[in-house]
Design a protein around this ligand. Structure first.
Ligand code: DLZ
Length: 163
């Protein structure tokens, strides 16, 4: 284990470990499917780009972002050889308080399921004011947050394996 942190770099400039030994789950919410589908494509292709084998990527869908944490819990209980799970969702602000409840439940739920299983569970959830902000982050002008979620999953799986 490293005792000193040398040359800590910005997220996008760090070396990304190879993912050839990892098995990673991706759970995708069906709500706002155009957005979550693009995030999923980004995450899947980024995992493959970093040597995660296609047969070691477990892809599943659930109705909405609210369901992501319970699905991750079930998946990690049933497939204990998973090294990380990426949760993908998109919650767009509406006229009611639904947005706040779903975002809050997803953030806390995803955190807690990771802590419960001692496995990285990645928050690949967009929480935006409108659809355009989501489009911008799902392969648009602000990149694809699915790519970032995949890189975070590989980095955290590597962390868990080597710490
Ligand atoms: C009900 C609901 C609403 C209003 N908005 C969203 C959303 O923007 N994004 C999303 O992923 N899911 C939404 N949902 C569905 C909830 O996540 C959940 O599926 C239902 O409340 C059933 O538990």
């Amino acid at each position: 284990m490293a005792t000193h942190l040398k040359n800590l770099s910005d997220f996008s400039h760090t070396t990304i470990p190879g993912g050839e030994n990892f098995k990673i789950g991706i759970i995708v919410a069906e709500w706002n499917a155009k957005i979550t589908g693009a995030l999923y494509e980004g995450a899947f292709s980024t995992l493959k780009k970093h040597q995660v084998k296609e047969e070691n990527i477990v892809s599943l869908s659930v109705p909405g972002t609210f369901e992501l944490s319970s699905a991750a819990d079930i998946l990690l209980a049933k497939q204990q050889d998973l090294d990380a799970v990426i949760c993908i969702g998109c919650v767009i602000q509406g006229d009611t308080k639904h947005f706040d409840f779903i975002c809050d439940a997803a953030a806390h739920g995803i955190t807690n399921v990771g802590l419960k299983h001692g496995k990285p569970v990645i928050f690949g959830v967009l929480t935006t004011n409108d659809e355009q902000q989501a489009i911008d982050r799902a392969g648009g002008v602000h990149g694809n947050k699915g790519d970032e979620a995949a890189i975070t999953a590989i980095k955290m799986a590597h962390f868990a394996a080597h710490v």
